[in-house]
Design a protein. Sequence first.
Length: 351
Amino acid sequence: MSLVARLRHVFTHNLGLKSLALVLATLAFLYSHGEQDHEATFVVPVEYLFPADLVPLNDDPLPEQVVIVASGTRTQLARVQERQLRYVVDLEKAEPGTTEYSFRQPPSSFPERVRISTVSPAMIRFVFDEQARRTVAVQLRVRGDLPAGFIETSRRVEPAEVVLAGARSELKGLAAISTTPLRLKSLAQGFDGELALDTTGLHLLPDSATSVGVRLEVKEVQAVREFGVVPVALAKGLSDQVGLVVDPTAALVTLRGPVPVLDGLRSENLRVEVGGPAARLPAEGGEASVRWGPGPRPEGDLGVVVRIEHPRAQRVQVMSVEPETILLRGAGSSPDEGGDGPPPAPVEDEQ
């Protein structure tokens, strides 16, 4: 028998039995491979059931999920993934004090044959206290100082008392609760709004008060300041009159207004201005006396006003101008001999 014939005989003789043996060997391999242990990681959400009459005192956030590393066959682990696993931490029957709960016990619907290797976190500790309600006063807490030149005129907190519900041990000796700090530095316009209560260190129930209304009123401090060597000049329309001069050329101006505005002014921001209709000017070689007075310049006549270069100039009142009378001299006139001349430059009052 040739070699080819012998090989054909080997492969074709009892072909049915040989095929069956191959199938059984394959199934045995697959079965043994499937029975080997494997590991898988599962993230299981946590649900908490708290007692209705107690307050949890845990400061750290409670875990919302637990990570489990489990071992088992591929088939068993696949079944775990198909199930809606959940830890239900039932604390409804807990009593005041400390209670522990272990996550090492399998979550609901966890297959019995799957073994838990590690779990994180493994345990959590709860501290409970009895509930209490207490009415306490509210104190406004402020930080820093008002802007320069402002003073507080009134403050109001509404309501003046609030009801807090929480742990009995924390509320027992509590007489008042403060607001979160109100920073005064930027309150040039005062404050009218809500401020949260500072509940640091307190474990309160959701029905506790969390904020109050606060109204803080402020006003600017008024002061009087003197500014020396303020230039005296002709108003537009008169300044082009040839030979027309003013005497004196500098004056002392006293102003009243808010401290922040006065603090921002210097003599160069002020100008004493003589103006009016040109027809009222002195004739050539003559002179005219123009008197300063509070209020606007008289219509149709010569007058003296003080110009203030400041965004809030309207808040400033001119108290006096020294000298009150300004002389206008036409072309060809000369000052009297032995005249007083312009006043000396006074020292600015810093009060």
